[in-house]
Design a protein around this ligand. Structure first.
Ligand code: UDP
Ligand code: MG
Length: 317
């Protein structure tokens, strides 16, 4: 007897009660398009404070393909996705946001590319409808800086909306690193990758769960996890400054020894001191980022803590 392939949907949710029911229904309805696949819908509740978890539970009662991974507190989007992947049984997984900004219907194309042999099929946002100007600019700068600074290539404007093959899921499971930046890790694995272009819709309801703070943390994690070039940047800054300082010292000595015009000049002094302190602070900050990462990794704490699982049969795993 031939079994259908199983495809796992991984949907991280943080306070998504306004959209969740609509997304659950839209995703489940969409999957009815093909009977050649079996589906499981893994909703990861990333410590929501609203009714998100109850909504997921009520759908689990109606449809046992709907599963819940409930985290004990808010661990962050990337960890929620990882928690979902770690619990998925599928031959492939589709990672999608709960707010339907990424249309689930694209999955059809993703699956057909997967059947053609691609292991990672990411959605590439060609247009972002009604996202704030700041978000668009910051996202576009971020991806470009990331590619400039990192050794691996992360495709421009792709998010975590993607289909990944079992091979990739297993590889990700073997990577214990914290400071997780999943789209980077996926590129790093190097399996056969491709993209599908799509239009990013506005959020269906509710507000973005990525606060500015979360965005900055995310960006710093992406950069420090995949590049040590910022460290080198600090060294280069230092070298350039030292060079100019050396010239300045020669100049000062010359003025002091061979001329009589050496009295005033605190302005130059002040500028030099301020500049040097600025550069030093930046460099120390960069060092700090990396030391912080080493510290986080060395503690060896789990990436997330699950306090409730629903819909996973005990005999598997
Ligand atoms: N999310 C999460 N934990 C968080 C923040 C966000 O699980 O700490 C989820 C959120 O519920 C959504 C997805 O991650 O499904 C993307 O978040 P959001 O749509 O708020 O980000 P944006 O699209 O604005 O970048
Ligand atoms: Mg969103």
């Amino acid at each position: 007897m031939k079994y259908n392939k199983l495809i796992s949907w991984i949907i991280p949710c943080f306070n998504e009660q306004e959209v969740l029911e609509i997304s659950i229904r839209r995703i489940i309805d969409f999957t009815a398009y093909s009977s050649h696949y079996d589906w499981e819908f893994i909703f990861v509740d990333d410590g929501s404070k609203d009714n998100t978890r109850d909504i997921i539970k009520s759908y689990n009662l109606q449809d046992d393909r709907v599963k819940l991974v409930g985290l004990s507190r808010n661990f962050g989007h990337q960890y929620a996705v990882q928690a979902g992947l770690n619990n998925a049984y599928g031959d492939a997984a589709i990672i999608i946001d709960a707010d339907l900004q990424d249309p689930p219907e694209i999955a059809k194309e993703m699956i057909s590319k997967w059947e053609k042999g691609f292991d990672v099929i990411s959605g590439r946002r060609v247009e972002r409808v009604s996202e704030t100007f700041f978000k668009k600019i910051s996202a576009s700068c971020f991806y470009r800086i990331l590619n400039l600074l990192t050794e691996i290539h992360i495709p421009l404007d792709t998010g975590d909306f993607r289909l990944i093959d079992r091979k990739v899921i297993d590889t990700l499971k073997q990577m214990p690193e914290k400071g997780r930046f999943i789209r980077g890790l996926v590129s790093w694995t190097g399996f056969k990758q491709t993209q599908i272009k799509y239009k990013r819709e506005p959020r269906l309801a509710g507000k973005t769960k990525y606060s500015l703070k979360k965005m900055i943390v995310f960006a710093l994690e992406g950069l420090t996890a995949f590049s040590s070039r910022p460290l080198r940047l600090a060294t280069i800054f230092g070298l350039v400054c030292s060079f100019f300082s050396f010239l300045a010292i020669l100049y000062v000595l010359y003025i002091r020894l061979f001329t009589f015009a050496w009295v005033p000049g605190w302005a130059g002094l002040a500028v030099a001191i301020l500049f040097a302190t600025g550069v030093q602070l930046i460099s120390i900050g960069i060092l700090g980022e990396y030391i912080g990462r080493i510290y986080d990794e060395s503690k060896g704490r789990p990436m997330y803590i699950i306090d409730e699982n629903l819909g996973f049969s005990k005999d598997k795993d």
